[in-house]
Design a protein around this ligand. Structure first.
Ligand code: DQA
Length: 142
């Protein structure tokens, strides 16, 4: 069993409602149920918070528990050195995911403090980006 954490940052609790022309109509809870069906050999732990320090605490809690983390830090991606430091500190492979194509939007979204601490980044592929990150972890475990 592969143990993966999916961590969503601020405003991602509003998926399905929030700017659906950018982020789609599906809730993350609905998508997570699909992910669990698609990947029965993966144990998912989902965490969402709108609070920077809580996201950092959860990243710390993953130490010794998770084999990989899929992280969409939302707008903290573009602002948080503290989350970037936490990603470095925990020594667990992290894949950064963004639902929208952050490079095709406002200039302030083109900077990620987190990217350089991650294995890689997926951006602009919608919610499917999370499934592709799961595929990556499954492949890298073989
Ligand atoms: C996002 C992109 C961020 O720029 C934005 O602040 C979000 C969502 C995405 O998934 O596309 O909250 O991370």
């Amino acid at each position: 069993m592969l143990h993966l954490a999916i961590i969503n940052g601020p405003n991602l609790n509003l998926l399905g409602v929030r700017e659906p022309h950018i982020y789609g109509h599906q809730t993350f809870e609905g998508y997570l149920a699909e992910l669990q069906q698609r990947f029965p050999d993966v144990s998912f732990q989902y965490y969402q918070s709108n609070v920077e320090g809580e996201l950092i605490n959860f990243l710390h809690d993953c130490m010794g528990q998770m084999q990989g983390i899929i992280l969409n830090a939302g707008a903290y991606t573009h602002t948080s050195i503290a989350i970037a430091d936490a990603v470095s500190a925990i020594g667990i492979p992290v894949v950064e995911v963004h639902i929208s194509n952050v490079l095709a939007r406002e200039d302030f979204r083109k900077t990620s403090f987190i990217s350089s601490k991650c294995i890689g980044s997926i951006s602009g592929l919608g919610l499917e980006g999370y499934a592709l990150a799961v595929e990556y972890f499954l492949q890298s475990k073989k």
